[in-house]
Write a protein that binds this ligand. Structure first.
Ligand code: HEM
Length: 469
């Protein structure tokens, strides 16, 4: 067995960086098709390996997770944006932060947030008119920002602040698009891109600071938690440092929990801000993308749209849909699964081995960059017949059970799996229930083209005409 995995030749300066940057999606699929389960390529100063065998991915994310960390790309931008928030932190800091955040994501609390999710959806839909065209990506992102701020920060966000967040996502996203020249240009260089990025981070932090300011002094007031008494009761045993600090009925929204941890001296203002920026971004953009792609697919598949609509009508027939109604939306869940298979909002996970490791029979050196790509695995003909076709029937239990566990991993896996998975699935189903019970959305844009950044975005607006049912 060869010691070095095969891979495409690159040019002397940029390696394979230019091809990757021009279309990461085709490039990664072509690499997997031509070279197999482990592909080596050159995206800059460090060796990069693409893993596309679910068994190898499972080892990296789950079985041998302690041998890997999130890579440091020598990229100050990620650090400047997310700092030591839950997505990027490591070791004891990560363990402490995850333990602190877990009760806010407890299933019982998430279920109790259904009312808040539905209320925000209803007030947004009140602005929709029959026959008008909306950019559905902006619409759902506006909604998911409002929901995450209410549900996890126990606060409201003004329309002006939502607009600011949406405007700043563009320069933030641009900074993380693949660009082969980036490693030649330091982050402090006063390029237009670097300046716009720095200004966007400052603005985002000032929105977060405004929310924290409004919440000062209310971290023990149970009425701020939109999950109400049901959510409150999920707190850990008294004195466990998870917010269960002695008295009953403490609000368990994440911001209250973090503010109390700060009062106990377990959290600095900087930690708090990193965590909130992380949650604001990770907690709204991904779900908004999953919904955008779902509406797009439903528009192109009227028979699936009708089945989702009939579940939605059923779910909303007895009043505002609840978490129990959402559990009954089984076909809708298959549609969501299929949508995140074809268009995984997080299209690649990165890891770095802390020591030399062996994967797929090859030695992978410490410090290299590993890419576990949902985009490639989810569209592999090895696991999916006719892999580019939309077929919610793939998610029937008998078909699903024939595939390896990591043939599908939109939420990652192992200890670093997405903390917001149940939250986002409930939110997506409730939004679909409200929208699809009342409207058909008809896509009026160009053929979908995609752009890779931290997440996978449509490369253009996503106009949808609204038809009242
Ligand atoms: C469709 C929606 C979502 C998708 C596809 C998604 C995907 C992911 C993935 C793939 C990871 C693993 C990253 C890695 O291993 O490197 C992750 C982690 C994470 N997600 Fe999500 N996510 C979604 C929704 C959410 C929501 C709603 C929240 C917050 C409310 C959230 C917060 C986080 C956080 C904080 C982490 C880091 C967890 C840790 O390392 O302990 N995500 N997400």
């Amino acid at each position: 067995m060869s010691a070095t995995p095969p891979g495409p030749h690159g040019d002397p300066v940029f390696g394979n960086g230019r091809r990757y940057a021009s279309d990461p999606f085709s490039f990664m699929r072509a690499c997997a098709d031509s070279y197999g389960d482990v592909v080596r390529f050159d995206l800059g100063p460090r060796e990069t390996y693409l893993l596309t065998n679910p068994a190898d991915i499972e080892r990296v994310l789950v079985a041998d997770a302690e041998r890997y960390r999130k890579p440091q790309f020598g990229d100050d931008a990620m650090d400047r944006l997310l700092g030591n928030g839950l997505l990027m932190s490591e070791g004891e800091t990560w363990q402490r932060q995850r333990k602190l955040a877990n009760p806010s994501f407890h299933n019982q609390r998430i279920g109790a947030l259904a009312g808040t999710m539905v209320d925000h959806t209803e007030s947004q839909l009140a602005d929709w008119d029959d026959g008008e065209v909306v950019d559905i990506q902006l619409e759902v992102a506006r909604l998911t920002v409002k929901i995450i701020v209410s549900a996890m920060f126990g606060a409201d966000i003004t329309d002006e602040e939502v607009r600011t967040v949406q405007e700043k996502l563009e320069p933030l996203g641009a900074r993380f698009e693949p660009d082969p020249r980036r490693f030649l240009i330091p982050d402090w260089a006063p390029t237009r891109e670097n300046r716009e990025f720095a200004a966007a981070v400052d603005t985002l932090e000032s929105v977060i600071d405004g929310i924290v300011e409004r919440r000062q002094g209310t971290q023990r007031d149970p009425s701020v938690d939109p999950a109400g008494p049901e959510g409150v009761s999920v707190r850990g045993p008294a004195g466990d440092g998870q917010g269960g600090d002695g008295s009953d009925d403490l609000p368990m929204d994440l911001l209250s929990v973090l503010l109390r941890a700060r009062d106990r001296g377990e959290q600095t203002d900087e930690n708090l801000r990193d965590e909130l920026v992380t949650m604001l971004l990770a907690g709204h953009d991904t779900t908004a993308l999953a919904l955008t792609y779902t509406f797009y697919l439903l528009s192109n598949h009227p028979e699936a749209r009708e089945r989702v609509a009939s579940e939605a009508i059923e779910a909303t027939s007895g009043g505002p849909p609840t978490a129990t109604d959402a559990r009954e939306m089984r076909y809708t869940e298959r549609v969501l699964n299929e949508s995140m298979r074809l268009y995984p909002p997080v299209y690649t996970l990165f890891r770095e081995p802390k020591l030399d490791v062996k994967l797929g029979g090859y030695r992978i050196p410490e410090g290299s960059a590993l890419m576990c790509s949902q985009w490639v695995v989810h569209r592999s003909p090895r696991w999916y017949d006719d892999p580019d076709a939309f077929d919610p029937g793939r998610w029937k239990p008998e078909r699903r059970s024939q595939r390896p566990r990591f043939a599908y991993f939109p939420f990652g896996g192992g200890p670093r799996h997405c903390i917001g998975k149940s939250f986002s699935l409930l939110e997506a189903k409730l939004i679909l229930a409200k929208v699809c019970s009342q409207y058909d959305l008809e896509y009026e844009g160009p053929d979908l083209s995609l752009r890779g950044s931290l997440t996978m975005h449509p490369d253009h607006p996503v106009p949808m005409r609204i038809h009242e049912r």
